[in-house]
Write a protein that binds this ligand. Sequence first.
Ligand SMILES: [Ca+2]
Ligand SMILES: [Ca+2]
Length: 208
Amino acid sequence: MNKNRRILLSIVVIGVVGAAAIAGTAAYLTARRTVSTNKFSAGTLDMNVSSNGQVNEPFVIENLGQNGNISGTKTWTVNNTGTLPGRLLVRLSSVANKENGCNDQEKEIESSCEADNNGELGGVINANVSLDGITKASSTLATNQQNSIGGTWNGLTPIILAPGESRTVGVDWATSEDAYGNEVQSDSVEFDMIFRLIQQINGPTPTN
Ligand SMILES: [Ca+2]
Ligand SMILES: [Ca+2]
């Protein structure tokens, strides 16, 4: 296919050279119009993620466990600040479950506590990621589940933000008092939420 196109192109070039040779020797009638200043310029894809007026505001919850049932919610406003429509992708990244030390109570139920240094808290927290209040993807915050929410999100009908459009993305999390024991004492889980706007393309969804 490409080979054929190259051959066609070379025939056109030869024709132009021939016409120029004739022009040098003959008088003729002409008219001319110029469509000037043709231009291509690429648009921009850009975004702003904010919560409570703070750009890129994370949520930090410390000293969990004052109540047996752990739950909460955090929302962000995602605004398309570019000039192009963009597809919104959301995922978790850098999920880190840490032990932060092992006291006697923890070691009694979790004998490997000091040896593996992997915390258990994330595995008992269920997180839901929502769009405009409607849950779109769910997973625990276990380290080995890091790609679950992003994978589910990629499979959704594409969520397109027009230039200037805003949507609300939220995370709510919960674990019941029956879901965990002393193995989570002092444990912590950290993660990043990655928001992306990507150009609308026909190919497969890129890994987000
Ligand atoms: Ca611990
Ligand atoms: Ca632990």
